[in-house]
Ligand binder design. Structure first.
Ligand code: GTP
Ligand code: SPV
Ligand code: MN
Length: 623
């Protein structure tokens, strides 16, 4: 993989000089750091080592600056509350660009600008943008340091908040840098500035950022430039920018997959182990399913990953998934003892950063859905006094996209396989979204190509994870719409190619799910969700093992009335039937929306997917 690493022309003398100045023997890296410093003019440069002392120093400094509030040690040890600027709370999809050399390679779903033009524009933004600030250099690896081909990156940032968050979210520091040096490895250069230079004597604001934002990817060069935002997905560049957008382009070239998926290990009462991956759009339930506490007896769940899966074929022809991340950056609202006790236990162990949640008077955090009753008084995410009366009047104490940033290893049900650089063999893939209507609780595809069609036409109501309207149904192919680093039509084709390159019997089986269907009479959720989703997982596993019945419908196989285990569930037969129902008239109404979506891709929409569309249409009208 090419990166900013050219060593050519660098004599040993120059390397020695660089070593003194920048703490690396890697000439390409030293040169890039110097070049960025020259452009951005920071006050000083600091290389991130990953030591505990460094964490303490940086978090103390963030507390002194007013960016962090240290939480009570007895409640959340070594943890911090942080409120962002109210304008910088989510991913900015309209400011996110895929700057491929050719516009056609970015496709119809990405913003594009010519790389030279974008670089010229951003170079002017970066000029002097770190004045008065420290420039941090963070060597990191996505995935395992001892992977066959470790996926290195180096983020340069002028935000200590970003450094602390990256230390949680990725494997960072000296050990990584040494390996980059020893193997003269290439790495993805990832440049980030909040875009808020400080004049001499100017006091800093709590959350520096800029009204001008650019989140930019150069897929051929494997480089990332980000400017103006401090929010997770815009600023922690190892996560969405590298592990999805850049990695998806690498994966296409190299025959593997970078996906927005959780990875779950399930053990049945019989002791059989299955690994399930699931792609749901942002804020649609990945972290919750990854940490599920099954409500049905005898089933055990363990988390391998909660947001990103990198999948490659193993020597046995099966698809193996690894979680490239080191932490969890989870949606706070809705997370509580009754919905996700494993997440609560994870954050209770401390070492976490909470952004845009509410602060309690006794130095803890709170958000909607943590407990049934809110505390009598809070400081809300905007810094205002908040009481339950404000809640009743509709003012949220926590921003809907407030997040906890916490080490994955603190999760009490993390699978030992999390530490395996080779990953786990995936048995089933679930595609799901938020749909009030139409899409049943669970259905199974006919084969990989049909499953690819289900993924390619996945739809969901938009959430607060990105700026813009919430609750609008949009197509979100494989839950990757905001994260595909190239042409989305080519991405769908890559899925089909993966299927063709494999022995069909070894491929994961593909299912669709929807936890969010509503009762059209009273608008309530038809399915209780959370731990009860284990019943759906059980049906999926039993389908894999040939033990569960299904009926064929226009869209695939759905559970028979008796094959879904609803034992002990407080639902009437009628409610269950409503949740799993496939209504041909609903799907007839869906067809023009799918057609409109596919039409956007013109010639680049794989013919197999049009064939799937025609087959669905024929089945719906025959129904
Ligand atoms: P990203 O981190 O943005 O990629 O999101 P995610 O897919 O990991 O979503 P997450 O699990 O954090 O869930 C987002 C929201 O959906 C939270 O408010 C959850 O409480 C809610 N949620 C998750 N699972 C269910 C479910 O089964 N039923 C219902 N009704 N809500 C759910
Ligand atoms: C998402 O939006 O899908 C997230 C949060 O997982 S962020 O990392 O900010 O993109
Ligand atoms: Mn995500």
């Amino acid at each position: 993989m090419p990166g900013g690493t050219a060593r050519e022309g660098m004599g040993p003398e120059l390397t020695t000089t660089h070593e003194k100045q920048t703490h690396t023997t890697h000439a390409g890296l030293a040169a890039w750091v110097e070049q960025v410093a020259e452009l951005t003019q920071p006050r000083d440069i600091r290389w991130i080592t990953g030591s505990p002392e460094e964490w303490t120093e940086l978090t103390d400094q963030l507390v002194d600056a007013g960016t962090f509030v240290r939480l009570d040690e007895s409640k959340k040890p070594n943890s911090f509350y942080c409120a962002s600027d109210p304008t910088d709370v989510a991913r900015v999809e309209d400011r996110t660009f895929i700057c491929s050399v050719e516009e056609k390679d970015a496709g119809p779903t990405n913003n594009w600008m010519a790389p030279d033009e974008m670089k010229a524009r951003m170079t002017e933004l970066y000029r002097g943008s770190m004045r008065g600030r420290t420039m941090y250099v963070i060597p990191f690896v996505m995935g395992h340091l001892d992977a066959k081909a470790p996926m290195f990156g180096v983020e340069i940032t002028d935000s200590a908040y970003v450094v602390v968050s990256m230390l949680v979210m990725a494997r960072c520091g000296d050990e990584v840098l040494r390996k980059i040096e020893e193997t003269d490895a290439s790495y993805v250069p990832a440049l980030h500035s909040v875009g808020a230079p400080l004049a001499e004597d100017e006091t800093d604001v709590r959350w520096p950022c800029s009204d001008t934002k650019y989140i930019v990817h150069f897929p051929e060069e494997r480089a990332i430039w980000s400017y103006g935002s401090g929010y997770g997905g815009n600023a922690l560049l190892g996560k969405k920018c590298y592990a999805l957008r850049i990695a998806s382009a690498v994966a296409r070239d190299e025959g593997w997959m970078a996906e927005h998926m959780l990875i779950l290990k399930l053990t049945s009462p019989k002791g059989s182990v299955r690994y399930i991956a699931a792609a749901f759009p942002s804020a649609c339930g990945k972290t919750n399913l990854a940490m599920i506490t099954p409500t049905i007896p005898g089933w055990k769940a363990e988390m391998v990953g909660d947001d990103i899966a990198w999948m490659r074929f193993g020597e046995d022809g099966r698809l193996y998934a690894v979680n490239p991340e080191f932490g969890l950056f989870g949606v706070a609202p809705g997370t509580g003892e009754s919905t996700n006790p494993n997440a609560m236990a994870t954050i209770d162990r401390g070492n976490s950063v909470f952004t845009n949640v509410a602060l309690t008077d006794d130095g803890d955090v709170w958000w909607e859905g943590m407990t049934d009753e809110p505390p009598a008084h809070l400081t809300d995410w905007l810094g205002n006094d908040w009481t339950p009366a404000d809640g009743e009047a509709g003012t949220k104490a926590a921003h809907p996209n407030s997040r906890f940033c916490t080490p994955a290893k603190q999760c009490p049900m993390i699978a030992p396989e999390y530490d395996s650089p080779d990953g786990v063999p995936i048995d089933a893939i679930l595609f799901g979204g938020r749909r009030k209507t139409t899409v049943p609780l669970v259905y199974e595809s006919r084969d990989w190509t049909h499953g690819t069609f289900i993924g390619a036409t996945l739809s969901s109501e938009t959430t607060a994870a990105a700026t813009g309207a919430v609750g609008v149904v949009r197509r979100d192919p494989m839950a990757m719409l905001p994260f595909i680093g190239y042409h989305a039509g080519d991405y769908m084709n890559h899925w089909l190619e993966i299927g063709k390159s494999a022995d069909a019997s070894r491929l994961p089986r593909i299912f669709g799910v929807n936890w969010f269907r509503r009762d059209d009479e009273d608008g309530s959720f038809l399915w209780p969700g959370f731990g009860e989703n284990s019943r759906v997982l059980k049906w999926v596993v039993e389908r894999l093992e040939g033990d569960a019945d299904a009926v064929e419908t226009a869209i695939g196989f759905v559970p028979t009335a008796d094959s879904l285990d609803v034992d002990g569930l407080d639902l009437t037969r009628e409610q269950v039937a409503k949740a799993i129902r496939v209504d041909d008239a609903d799907w007839e109404a869906e067809l023009p929306l799918i057609q409109e979506w596919f039409d956007r891709f013109g010639e680049q929409l794989p013919a197999e997917l049009w064939a799937q569309f025609d087959a669905l249409k024929a089945r719906v009208s025959a129904g």
